[in-house]
Design a protein around this ligand. Structure first.
Ligand code: DGT
Ligand code: CA
Ligand code: CA
Ligand code: ZN
Length: 575
């Protein structure tokens, strides 16, 4: 038996899906993708599941059928999977690296390998720069330029890690640290605690009577690939994801001051220290001092109080007005992590989602939601099997039927309607009028100049049925630049037309982003926070959106899916 982690097995299933797509095999790739998602959702290592229950329990995991289950078993038992190895031999390329380049699909990767021998992102860059790609069938000069742009973007964005990828791992490390004998308290600090959208490195603080045991544990964690330094109270390591983590053991009496210092941001700290000096105090990571006497340090609340301030939530600590607001007693009453009652953007197996409506609704209900909209893609997004008017009508009937059986949750009839190049929508008004919630979104012609793009989106917002502008700027972290939009004009149009702006909580998107949320809030524009779930496992992502809302100073009343269903519906356009 081998020690393949679940992440490893899931990656192999995803790669098989990509290889099968290359071969043009129908249906099967989606089954492997679905299995990958399913594997990631299992808490226990699959190797353990297999050891205890064999092939049978593997196949009992929802989303894993017999044939894929057998392949997983082979992989666990023998350490290898001939089926995968054969596929790999045909196209032995860095699939993870190449598929990270925006716009590069499985078929294109296959052609690039067979025609030009492209195996890695470096090979790809050389081929593009030499002008070799434009002559390949189906490519052309435009796609060559696009590939170079995509490579540049991926290169530029390495170094920082999306919060969505970091948070689960840090939470796991935090939980492990808590179990070490002698450890009394553990806290995540730094940009992760401030819920910044990307993270440079992880910062953890620990109170422990036995710091050596904590340090020994940290450098010995299975994910550690390099130890930058190990001291009596501080260690710094690199994890196999490429991210560094600093762990510090701090004295109990200074825990609040240390937490405040290492949460940052640096600019917030500098401004706080200046305020302390004005009051004839000294502030550092050990406490607030009057002369040599510590007057605060055990808790953060105590530190802020000593400086004459109310507690400032970590998401606000960017020195962007929060200290002044705190001094004036004007801090916002931020939306809380449990305030949302509904989710207004979800996709199902009617288009490119992985789960049925029923499965999505059951999971949403389990998570405590009171309503959710099903917003499958529409027809011009053909690769997703987007709905036309007829299919939407059919889906509406299915939802009506389902609602009769449900208790405690209401399913709303919706769609994620494509905005055409000219700002019209790809579903007719008569059908839109029948939906409860209409989201509109840009999914094509991403490269229009700013003025044209802004006009296009505003025209869509002017449609009396367009309730919500989904993921307004279209960016994908570390993958796709936002479209060129005049965000102030969009916010003004939202206000004028009563269109709600979305905070897409999917951790690769976080769109609107924090700064834009703050502008929208200042303008009195209403917001919703949605997951954009394509799988039941995505439905818990709402908290990433709440974090973004909080970083944008949003209060509960700014976000309409904090309202009960009736009030929520009453906050949409009246048509
Ligand atoms: P990151 O890791 O780039 O996403 O951002 P942070 O904010 O986590 O920064 P990091 O890890 O360099 O340091 C953690 C915190 O420690 C930072 O937010 C504030 C504090 N800190 C670090 N260096 C300095 C400094 O030179 N002066 C002050 N006042 N605080 C610092
Ligand atoms: Ca950090
Ligand atoms: Ca750090
Ligand atoms: Zn989709």
């Amino acid at each position: 038996m081998t020690r393949h982690s679940n992440a490893d097995i899931a990656r192999i299933m995803r790669e098989i899906a990509i290889y099968l797509d290359m071969e043009g095999v129908p249906f099967k790739p989606r089954a492997y993708e679905k299995a990958a998602y399913a594997i990631e959702a299992v808490d226990e290592p699959l190797t353990e599941v297999f050891r205890h229950g064999g092939l049978k329990t593997i196949c009992e995991i929802p989303g894993i059928g017999k044939s894929i289950g057998e392949k997983i078993a082979t992989l666990i038992e023998t350490g290898a999977l001939p089926y995968y190895d054969d596929l790999r031999k045909k196209t032995p390329v860095d699939l993870t690296g190449l598929t990270a380049i925006e716009g590069l699909g499985p078929k294109m990767i296959q052609v690039l390998y067979h025609e030009l021998g492209v195996k890695t992102v470096d090979d790809l860059e050389r081929a593009a720069q030499a002008g070799k790609i434009r002559d390949l069938p189906h490519f052309g000069e435009k796609s060559e330029q696009k590939i170079l742009k995509g490579i540049g973007f991926v290169r530029k964005s390495t170094g920082r890690f999306p919060l969505g990828a970091v948070l689960p791992l840090i939470a796991e490390i935090e939980a492990r640290l808590r179990k070490i004998p002698g450890v009394e308290e553990v806290a995540v600090a730094g940009s992760i605690r401030r819920r910044k959208e990307t993270v440079g490195d992880g910062d953890l603080l620990v109170i422990s009577a036995k710091p050596e045991a904590v340090m020994d544990f940290v450098v010995g964690m299975p994910e550690v690939i390099h130890v930058h330094g190990k001291g009596p109270t501080k260690s710094s390591v690199k994890l196999d994801t490429g991210m560094d983590v600093d762990v510090r053991v701090v004295p109990e009496g200074s825990f609040g001051a240390a937490l405040n210092y290492f949460t940052g941001s640096k600019d917030h700290n500098v401004a706080l220290r200046r305020l302390a000096i004005e009051k004839k105090f000294k502030l550092n990571e050990y406490g607030v001092f009057r002369g040599d006497k510590a007057i605060a340090g055990k808790t953060e609340e105590e530190v802020y109080a000593a400086l004459g301030l109310p507690y400032i939530p970590p998401e606000l600590r960017e020195n962007s007005g929060e200290i002044e607001a705190a001094m004036a007693g004007k801090l916002p009453a931020l939306i809380a992590y449990g305030d949302l009652r509904g989710d207004l953007q979800t996709q199902t197996s009617w288009t490119d989602g992985q789960n049925t409506i029923e499965e999505m609704v059951a999971e949403a209900q389990r998570l405590g939601l009171e309503y959710m909209a099903i917003t499958d893609h529409t027809k011009s997004l053909a690769m997703t099997g987007g709905s036309d008017e007829k299919k939407l009508i059919k889906q509406m009937a299915a939802i009506d039927k389902l609602n009769k059986k449900l208790h405690g949750i209401t399913v709303l009839k919706g769609a994620e309607v494509n905005i055409n190049k000219d700002g019209t929508l790809d579903i007719n008004d008569e059908t839109l009028a029948k939906l409860d919630v209409v989201g509109v979104a840009v999914h094509s012609h991403f490269n229009l100049p700013r003025a044209e793009m802004t006009r296009r989106v505003i025209r869509a917002m002017e449609n009396p049925h367009a309730d919500i502008l989904f993921h307004p700027t279209g960016r994908v972290l570390n993958k796709r630049e936002p479209v060129d939009l005049d965000i102030d004009a969009i916010i003004a149009a939202a206000k004028r037309t009563g269109t709600v702006l979305e905070i897409d909580a999917y951790p690769d998107r976080l769109d609107l982003k924090d700064e834009h949320v703050r502008k929208a809030v200042d303008a009195g524009v209403k917001l919703v926070i949605d997951t954009d779930a394509h799988h039941i496992n995505h439905l818990h992502y709402l908290h990433f959106g709440v974090a973004t809302a909080r970083r944008g100073w949003a209060e509960k009343s700014d976000v309409i899916n904090t309202k009960p269903l009736k009030d929520f519906l009453g906050s949409l356009k009246k048509s």
